[in-house]
Design a protein around this ligand. Structure first.
Ligand code: F6R
Length: 246
């Protein structure tokens, strides 16, 4: 059965950011042992900052929670500032009380296929993800599930699309290229989460949101798989919502 996602549209990106942080804080207050699925990218830099501010103000804790990140580049040393591990430490893990080792990212070294299976097993063993946050690529990707990804795909290695390499080049010095491949949770992995919160700001995301939620689901737009999920909240600003028929 197809269920419409719930759209929460805000006048500015800043207002969207604060609403997402408040939603996450409320979820943690209600369920301190929340199993979070986390994302990186520009959209989430201010979201983590706002969430850390709320955490510092008190009233909830990450001490009993755990998290699984969506994706990680292959081929970067863990301390590389553009690795998603470094991003998560810089913007989130170093500022909250989630116990060391409870905030996990996909392993991108050694036997990667085995590590992907182990990541799936760890998510399942935790009881499954309660609340998964997602950004969306301009090409409709979620995690690093690029167009063409199967809707039942699981955690695996993937080659990044040219538009993703271009979009993420800004995170790297001009002399360094974006790694061509990554490990990502699959679309099937994402759809297993009990609640999904997708965040999109800015006009550059308007077409991706339209293709995700107004067009027929198609692997051409990975985010359109979310139409089959029973609880999707889309937090976006008016610029990103421009092409949604509301
Ligand atoms: C990041 C991720 C990606 C981003 C997407 C949007 O962990 O999985 O799907 O959410 O590329 O990135 P920004 O927010 O930089 O536009």
């Amino acid at each position: 059965m197809m269920t419409k996602p719930e759209f929460r549209v805000f006048p500015t990106a800043q207002a969207t950011t604060h609403a997402v942080a408040a939603h996450l804080a409320a979820a943690l207050k209600q369920h301190p042992a929340l199993r979070l699925g986390l994302a990186t990218g520009n959209t989430f830099v201010p979201v983590y900052a706002a969430l850390v501010d709320l955490y510092r103000a008190g009233g909830f804790s990450f001490a009993q929670s755990m998290s699984f990140n969506l994706d990680e580049y292959i081929g970067l040393p863990p301390e590389h500032p553009a690795s998603f591990g470094a991003y998560m430490r810089r913007h989130f893990f170093d500022h909250v009380d989630m116990p060391a080792g409870k905030g996990r990212l996909p392993i991108v070294e050694g036997d990667i296929d085995q590590a992907c299976q182990d990541y799936e097993a760890a998510i399942a063993a935790s009881g499954g993800i309660d609340l998964q946050v997602l950004g969306i690529g301009r090409n409709g990707h979620i995690g690093f599930n690029e167009p063409g990804s199967a809707f039942d795909s699981r955690t695996r290695q993937i080659d990044l699309a040219p538009s993703t390499l271009e979009a993420n080049q800004g995170d790297f010095p001009p002399t360094e290229s974006v790694p061509p491949s990554a490990v990502t949770m699959g679309i099937g992995t994402i759809l297993d989460a009990r609640e999904i919160v997708l965040v999109a700001n800015g006009a550059s995301k308007a077409e991706a949101l339209r293709a995700a939620f107004l067009a027929q689901p198609s692997t051409d737009c990975p985010a359109s798989a979310l139409q089959s999920h029973g609880r999707v909240l889309v937090f976006c600003d008016e610029a990103a919502a421009e092409k949604l028929d509301r």
